[in-house]
Ligand binder design. Structure first.
Ligand SMILES: CC(C)(COP(=O)(O)OP(=O)(O)OC[C@H]1O[C@@H](n2cnc3c(N)ncnc32)[C@H](O)[C@@H]1OP(=O)(O)O)[C@@H](O)C(=O)NCCC(=O)NCCS
Length: 161
């Protein structure tokens, strides 16, 4: 566990922080306020990391599950630059795994830009493996690298560094 940081379900009070976090992504890839509201209405779909006793969102993840699918998906994951390098991203991946497990999913999958070295290293060190390429996935026409990982059946690893 990263010292003093915990992960909880997002609420509408987090909306401004979530929208601000999205500025880390190219404009065409950002989640709209409307979509954030829709995601937050789904239980367990949006989780945020916060410092104990402080309301500001340090990072967030969107986890999508579908009733008839055994695969959950990390749709978005971002950490505020001021909080990066402290294990928050890894905590959010673990929260996504826990959510996938709670939803009864066998695998957790995601898409990442091939040139996003930080995210690829994060996912690789969390046990995700390259599974292929999705052509023209992003709004600018860039292909996505697909990565996935088996969802553990026991407790989700909470170790950080
Ligand atoms: C990718 C991102 C979420 C990582 O968040 P973070 O909180 O800084 O990551 P953590 O501190 O939990 O790092 C965990 C591991 O990821 C890897 N990692 C994180 N940042 C890295 C970087 N800049 N370069 C290389 N590896 C990195 C390391 O293996 C690190 O473990 P270590 O600290 O023991 O070396 C963050 O950089 C970010 O929000 N980037 C912009 C948005 C984005 O690209 N999201 C992913 C979309 S798929």
């Amino acid at each position: 566990m990263t010292q003093g940081v915990s992960v909880r379900a997002a609420t509408v009070a987090d909306l401004a922080d979530l929208i601000h976090l999205e500025t880390l992504f190219p404009e065409g890839d950002r989640i709209s306020a409307r979509s954030w509201r829709r995601f937050m209405a789904r239980e367990g779909c949006v989780v945020v990391a916060t410092e104990m006793g402080a309301p500001e969102v340090l990072g967030a993840a969107v986890i999508l599950t579908r009733k008839r699918s055994q695969t959950a998906r990390i749709y978005s994951l971002a950490v505020d630059p001021r909080a990066q390098g402290r294990g928050v991203g890894r905590m959010l991946v673990q929260a996504a795994l826990a959510q996938a497990q709670a939803a009864g999913c066998a695998r957790l999958s995601l898409e990442v830009r091939p040139d996003n070295a930080a995210a690829r290293t994060l996912y690789r060190t969390c046990g995700f493996e390259d599974r292929g390429v999705m052509p023209e996935h992003y709004a600018d026409g860039t292909a996505a690298l697909i990565m996935d990982k088996e969802v553990p059946s026991g407790p989700v690893e909470t170790k950080t560094q």
